[in-house]
Design a protein around this ligand. Structure first.
Ligand code: ADP
Length: 617
């Protein structure tokens, strides 16, 4: 016999469970059945993929038994089982790093924590909500020895050798006082039907019956055991879809939406995809858990293949089940398998089109989706070229005029004579809305899309066009060419008028800027900073830096000055001013500040301003 201590995180979790913060206790049975079903899946997979297990014949089954006198509830499976090491690793430590980080988010605030746990899927330990002691008797397939794990959930557990005939696991719950309802056949049957009706294996309940005055015990199947995703859509109720989702994911919230496909024809397969209504906790982690499981002819193959969905759809949960793949597919083969590639491709299109439908028919629901997963979906714009147009139609943005605008709506509201769709990228919505770069747009009542998501800076350079209309950043320098067209003559005159001051400022700022130009986009501000159309703009540079590109060459901006502004006018009238040097730097520095950029030397900036202020006083 050996004694062990639980990981600290498990203790935290147990503490929560035992004090039963989670209101929905009955789900412990779903969790145990789900583990049993996974264990059977794993053994089935071994019998088709591993020589050692080729000859193992087993009839998958899950059994539930009660002992009403001793207040015991037993859940038994004939799946893969666990050896001593497995028991320590799976029921004593928390292996998945994602799980650890989830648990570290627990705050100690009961209400908050229990809702977090609901999102997370509570697993084996949830059984401590109803049990004062749990025994796990298990024998791993192919092994001689069996082991028993025992714990009362008080920080420790024991493992000892034990006797068991066949492979698989038996979880024995010694129920707490007051939890006797879970010994009741009718209650058990109700819970199993609710959550586990459509797992692909039969669940039997040992029932007592009276026959000719004699009591007799008999196993009776209490679930349908029909893989839900293989049934016809019209045979499945919404409730069944929802319960199946909960069983599949452990999420206690209803899904936001689902898409079910049974394809027949050249390829025969079923897919059932769900969109959660709460973001998975590891959505923005590199080591996120993929949400789609692969089955072949109803046999589970893998739930650990990130290739089954593009990363920008990593929030999708569900199942792909193919009739045409060979049962003994290896993971390597999966990667290049043409059948699977086709299924994946159609699935992605299907999901995106479904989203489009929601957007058109139920915009409120779409907004919910967009708030949860919009940022992730945007990644698709630069990773999935094939579906780019479809993806662009799914995008929503803020603008200078409204919230949640699509490209299509923007286009429909374009001013007469407006040639392009305009956007501005950066970190802060408020700052962007006040940026001097959009002064002239505001003046002309032209809408500008406000892009303050980090990912925007990365995707927007890929979007040069939407439905044949050019899409342009207001911070690229070629934009005013288009704006200017009508007033070329006037501009030429101004150009001449200001040519001297432009040359002088260029000379002063030659280490800082690529060029100094007259601006037609400014209305009030004296100056602004833009980037050459071939250079990455500021938001993009920041993004690249954050992605680890620290060796980025310094990209010099272009300084634009406003010929209608007081300061600029005065400068041009007196370009031999002693303060010209200081003023040039002040204009440049303030333009940087307004863009949210850092100053290279802020003390110099302050000194210069003070010098000028002192002079005017
Ligand atoms: P999860 O199922 O989310 O991984 P659990 O806490 O429910 O988390 O279970 C932890 C692990 O213990 C499982 O991943 C599995 O490896 C193992 N396990 C639990 N129940 C069984 C079982 N009936 N048969 C075999 N292994 C099991």
């Amino acid at each position: 016999m050996s004694k062990h201590k639980f990981d600290t995180e498990i203790n935290q979790l147990l503490d929560l469970m035992i004090h039963s913060l989670y209101s929905n206790k009955e789900i412990f049975l779903r969790e145990l059945i789900s583990n049993a079903s996974d264990a059977i899946d794993k053994l089935k997979f071994l019998t088709i993929s591993d020589e050692k297990f080729k000859d193992l014949v087993f009839e998958p089954r899950i059994e539930i038994e009660t002992d009403k006198e001793k207040k015991k509830l037993i859940v038994r499976d004939n799946g893969i089982g666990m050896n001593e090491e497995d028991l320590v690793e799976h029921l004593g430590t928390i292996a998945k790093s994602g799980t650890k980080s989830f648990l570290s988010q627990l705050s100690g605030d009961a209400k908050k924590d229990s809702s977090l746990i609901g999102q997370f899927g509570v697993g084996f330990y949830s059984a401590f909500m109803v049990a004062k002691k749990i025994e796990v008797l298990s024998k791993k397939a192919g092994d001689e020895k069996a082991y028993k794990w025992v714990s009362s959930g008080n920080g420790e557990y024991e493992i000892k050798e034990a006797k068991k005939k066949t492979q698989g696991t038996e979880v024995i719950l010694h129920l707490k006082d007051g939890e006797e309802e879970f010994l009741d056949d009718w209650t058990i049957e109700r819970i199993v039907k609710k959550y586990s009706n459509h797992i692909p294996f039969p669940i039997y309940l040992l029932k007592e019956e009276e026959k000719d005055g004699k009591k007799e015990k008999k196993f009776e199947q209490i679930n349908k055991a029909s893989a839900l995703w293989r049934l016809n859509k019209n045979e499945i109720s919404d409730e069944e879809y929802i319960d199946f989702y909960k069983q599949l994911t452990g999420d206690s919230n209803d899904p936001l939406h689902w898409v079910h496909t049974n394809a027949e024809g050249t390829l025969e397969y079923s897919t059932l995809f769900y969109i959660p209504s709460v973001a998975p906790f590891d959505l923005f982690r590199v080591d996120y858990q993929p949400g789609v499981k692969l089955y072949v002819k109803r046999v589970f193959i893998t739930d650990d293949d990130k290739e089954l969905m593009p990363t920008y759809l990593r929030f999708v949960r569900g199942i792909i089940d193919s009739e045409d793949l060979p049962l003994n597919v290896s993971r390597e083969i999966l990667q290049q398998n043409t059948i699977l590639t086709k299924i994946k491709k159609t699935s992605v299109k299907k999901i995106l089109n479904e989203l489009k439908k929601i957007k058109e028919k139920d915009f409120d629901k779409y907004l919910k989706f967009w708030k949860l997963f919009g940022k992730v979906l945007k990644e698709g714009v630069y990773t999935d070229f094939e579906n780019k147009d479809l993806l662009l139609d799914l995008m929503l943005f803020k603008s200078t005029k409204r919230d949640n605008v699509s490209f299509k709506e923007y286009k429909e509201a374009m001013k007469e004579g407006q040639k392009s769709i305009y956007y501005i990228t950066g970190e802060d919505e408020k700052m962007l809305k006040n940026s001097p770069l959009i002064e002239s747009f505001k003046d002309k009542d032209i809408e500008v899309l406000i892009m303050d998501d980090e990912v925007d800076a990365l995707i927007m350079p890929m979007v040069t066009e939407y439905d044949k209309t050019p899409v342009k950043s207001v911070s690229t320098s070629d934009i005013d060419e288009e704006q200017k067209e009508e007033k070329k003559e006037e501009d030429k005159k101004k150009e001449e008028e200001f040519s001297k001051i432009l040359v002088k400022m260029k000379e002063i700022l030659k280490d800082e800027v690529k060029d100094v130009k007259l601006s037609s986009r400014l209305k009030e501000s004296p100056a602004c900073i833009v980037f050459d159309k071939n250079d990455p703009d500021f938001a993009m540079q920041e993004m690249l830096k954050q992605m680890g590109q620290s060796d980025l060459p310094k990209v010099k901006p272009i300084l634009e000055i406003n010929p209608d502004n007081e300061i600029v006018k005065k400068l041009s009238q007196n370009d031999s001013l002693a303060e010209l040097n200081d003023v040039a730097y002040i204009l440049y520095d303030q333009a940087r500040l307004i863009e949210g950029m850092k100053l290279e030397d802020s003390s110099e900036f302050v000194k210069r301003i003070n010098k000028l202020v002192a002079k005017t006083l």
